[in-house]
Design a binder for this molecule. Structure first.
Ligand SMILES: *[C@@H]1O[C@H](CO)[C@@H](O)[C@H](O)[C@H]1NC(C)=O
Ligand SMILES: *[C@@H]1O[C@H](CO)[C@@H](O)[C@H](O)[C@H]1NC(C)=O
Length: 335
């Protein structure tokens, strides 16, 4: 049944999308740190904690006019070795009945990627011809300040799935699952697929890209770009003792590192860092990762084993205990 799952993902989110390229790969955890080179460049620490995968030139400051990360990195925690991009999200915490917080770890994708050191699965999807990102390109999707379902729905594909098993692909929702999830919680983050064709960034890191309207890119953002898509698996299994540890008022106990108990503030960050024309080549070749064997299936790209990807990591810049039971979230939990 394993082959069904990514297809079901696609079917649920876009009823008749047929992907011409579906590049899917595993990225091991590079680092968990309180840095955000996109929204809070230069700040150590940044306001909230992130989990980051990709190239090892990730740092507090990643000014594209100073550093070309595709040149600067010496390894990547992702399977394709020409990909030095950085992909990151906020971090999940469990809030115990006694009011203390414990960080939740990521687990490698259960669909054949179990040897990964946590991290996330990354997809690049296309239906038809797309233009790969330019050096320096970066974007954010979602908004940590969102507090309502209506706000969350403005980003149609930032969702939570309560996993009964790694294969569960039903019951998408915009807020945290309300009950225990036997297989953990999957968080999906899909970025917009239309670009203004000019700017590699914008002041809010969002307005240079847009979602399609009736499947077409709007005139303001006419250039089709690959759909970048993250799946992060949060290992909430150690926190499933509802009778003992969950709040007595019946609410769910998970909270994003920026203090969001609803989940509506789900967001993701991306800095493009593929070498040369590697990503364009892969999209033009319509690479389609093998859904049965989890083979990467993209001969135009160089790759490495997950065991090798696991060896790529960076030292945390912000020294703080991330493994205890905390009285408050790192940074105090404000967005
Ligand atoms: C991050 O930047 C600091 C300060 O510029 C530098 O000392 C450090 O080596 C950099 N880390 C990485 C992983 O590049
Ligand atoms: C709070 O609860 C957690 C989970 O039951 C426990 O591990 C931790 O030791 C408790 N901390 C305090 C200060 O009681």
């Amino acid at each position: 049944m394993r082959w069904l799952t990514p297809l079901l993902t696609a079917v649920l989110l876009a009823p008749s999308t047929v992907y011409t390229a579906q590049l899917r790969f595993s990225c091991s955890q590079l680092v968990v740190d309180r840095l955000d080179p996109l929204v809070n460049p230069g700040q150590t620490p940044s306001p909230h904690l992130h989990q980051i995968v990709g190239g090892n030139s990730f740092n507090a400051t990643m000014d594209p006019s100073v550093v070309d990360i595709s040149q600067e990195s010496t390894c990547t925690s992702c399977q394709f070795t020409e990909d030095f991009s950085n992909y990151w999200t906020a971090v999940l915490f469990f809030k115990a009945r006694n009011g203390t917080y414990k960080r939740v770890s990521t687990i490698g994708n259960g669909l054949g990627y179990t040897a990964a050191n946590g991290g996330q699965t990354v997809y690049y999807l296309s239906s038809g011809k797309v233009t790969a990102f330019k050096p320096g390109f970066r974007m954010v999707v979602g908004n940590p300040a969102f507090k309502t379902p209506a706000e969350a729905r403005t980003n149609p594909a930032l969702q939570f799935t309560c996993l009964a098993s790694p294969m569960t692909r039903s019951g998408y929702r915009y807020d945290f699952p309300s009950d225990t999830c036997a297989g953990g919680i999957m968080v999906t983050v899909r970025f917009p697929t239309c670009w203004d064709g000019v700017n590699t960034d914008s002041p809010d890191h969002q307005s240079h890209v847009a979602y399609p309207v009736n499947r077409n890119c709007p005139a303001s953002h006419p250039v089709r770009i690959p759909e970048v898509f993250y799946e992060t698996y949060w290992d909430t299994r150690p926190f499933n003792n509802k009778a003992k540890d969950w709040p007595t008022d019946g609410t769910q106990p998970f909270v994003w590192s920026f203090g969001d108990k609803t989940g509506y503030g789900n967001h993701g960050d991306y800095i493009f860092g593929w070498k040369g024309d590697a990503l364009q080549r892969a999209m033009d070749a319509n690479c389609n990762s093998d859904l049965i064997q989890d083979r990467l299936n993209c001969p135009t790209l160089k790759s490495q084993a997950i065991a090798q990807a696991n060896t790529c990591s960076v030292q945390r810049r912000v020294r703080e205990d991330l493994d205890g039971w905390w009285k408050e979230l790192p940074g105090g939990g404000m967005p």
